[in-house]
Design a binder for this molecule. Structure first.
Ligand code: PA5
Length: 447
């Protein structure tokens, strides 16, 4: 099959081709705004050119730094949250052995994550497992001031310094942050950490193809050149035509907006491979943080089937009819395992004996698609032949562009996130942060 197919024929009972093609004019205009950098939030369109512009010097620097980290570490801790975390985890988990932590013959360090929550138990447990292991960290924050990673980094930095001493701990820390602003940049300069820059014109959730994603992915032992090649190939593909019938990004953006206008306000991204769980989380952040504004936006949800068919499946089949699904369908598994024959056949499975497990998964996928369509859930589908670095690069670039285009169709700025400040202000006031004295007094009265 081809590297990437987007299809929406199973949505056509719910929305017509005419309703979809009505977006063509908007799409032509918005693609121009993206490529000419003239639309809303145009200071943050640097991701558009990343696959072509990254440059050999930076790629080699990332690979060299990753090699050093691999050689000196049993464990590599990636500290970051939101866009400074999910892209790396999405790719690493999609490519890793499911039980890699327990395998003896690992070539790369085990990758663990910190700074993506404020759980004391989580951090304390992490410190337990780091105690008797050699480890290094990447601390990633564009602003350099985000509370969650800052707390985790303070604890890990002190631990590294007491375990290895000042000189050696310095070699075990890589900082990925703004070119010149923020507390992390200042700390990195003072301590002399190796530093990578997050470009000014790339926002967190669009930053997986910068050192934010590329360094951890390289440390985990995966091919960042192929990831970038895949993104490049998708960029080339969608540059040929903006027509809905010829460009999968245009088609996806048009169909989801046509469905939204008809009351389908929740999109569920469906996977049938547990390795895609964090890819779905990355997608949820990309679309949720980009589109959910001005009291508008499709709510992005995610499910892993067949697991969630035994939980959320009931709601999807028969609950409120405001949802549509987009299945990320993988044609070929990475491994082979068939169902054995059993003489007694007490479990009545002999009718599928000899079949590959993936074949059963595939029939579950097709059966579910039809059941959900019959139940009133429009079905979109993105099919890829397999999961590898190149395909993940294609998917990343596809979704980033679709998100920008879709956000412009919706009429919002897909590159800011003003709403995430509300919880931070309240938290700072409750914690008594200097500068928040007035808010502290007011908020305490409300509790
Ligand atoms: O996409 C975004 O901009 C956010 O999710 C940020 O990445 C997230 O809040 C972390 O910010 P920072 O990298 O400044 O620590």
């Amino acid at each position: 099959m081809s590297e990437f197919v987007f299809s929406y024929d199973k949505a056509l009972n719910f929305v017509t081709k005419v309703e979809i093609h009505r977006f063509q004019e908007d799409i032509d205009r918005h693609f121009k705004a993206i490529y000419n950098k003239t639309g809303k939030g145009n200071d943050f369109l640097g991701w558009v050119d990343l696959p072509d512009n990254i440059g050999e010097t930076l790629i080699s620097r990332i690979e060299d730094a990753a090699k050093k980290m691999q050689d000196q570490s049993d464990v590599f801790v990636v500290i970051g949250i939101g866009g400074s975390y999910l892209g790396a985890r999405a790719v690493i988990e999609a490519l890793s052995h499911h039980f890699g932590h327990l395998r003896q013959e690992k070539k790369s360090p085990v990758i663990l994550y910190a700074g993506n929550n404020i759980s004391e138990d989580y951090l304390a447990d992490l410190m337990d497992v780091l105690k008797n292991r050699d480890y290094s960290v990447a601390v990633i924050s564009k602003s350099g001031t985000t509370t969650e990673p800052a707390i985790a980094f303070r604890i890990l930095r002190e631990d590294l310094e007491s375990k290895y001493g000042t000189e050696e701990s310095r070699r075990r820390i890589v900082a990925i942050t703004d070119r010149e602003k923020g507390a992390l940049k200042q700390l990195a300069d003072e301590k002399g950490y190796e530093t990578f820059v997050i470009p000014d014109d790339v926002g967190g959730r669009y930053s997986v193809l910068t050192p934010v994603g590329l360094l951890p992915i390289a440390v985990a032992g995966f091919d960042i050149r192929q990831l970038l090649e895949g993104a490049k190939a998708m960029k080339a593909l969608i540059s040929k035509s903006e027509k809905i019938d010829e460009n999968p990004v245009s088609a996806y953006a048009a169909v989801r907006n046509a469905l939204y206008n008809k009351g389908y306000t929740t999109e569920i991204m469906v996977n049938y491979e547990p390795r895609l769980f964090y890819f779905t989380e990355w997608w949820k952040q990309l679309f949720g943080e980009s589109e959910g504004k001005e009291n508008k936006g499709i709510f992005p949800a995610g499910v892993s089937f067949t697991t969630d068919l035994h939980s959320m499946g009931q709601y999807i089949q028969e609950g409120l009819r405001n949802i549509f699904e987009t299945v990320l369908s993988v044609e070929n598994p990475r491994r082979e395992l068939t169902i054995p024959d059993d003489e007694k056949n007490l479990d009545k499975l002999n009718y599928i004996a000899g079949k590959a497990i993936h074949e059963v998964n595939r029939q579950a996928e097709l059966g579910t698609m039809l059941a959900h369509v019959d139940g009133g859930v429009p079905n979109l589908r993105i099919s890829v032949p397999e999961i590898n670095e190149n395909i993940l690069g294609r998917l990343i670039y596809f979704y980033e562009t679709a998100c920008a285009l879709s956000g412009y169709i919706l009429g919002i700025n897909p590159f800011d996130q003003p709403g995430v400040e509300a919880y931070k202000r309240n938290m700072f006031a409750l914690l008594g942060k200097p500068g928040f004295e007035k808010e502290t007094e007011n908020i305490r009265k409300r509790l």
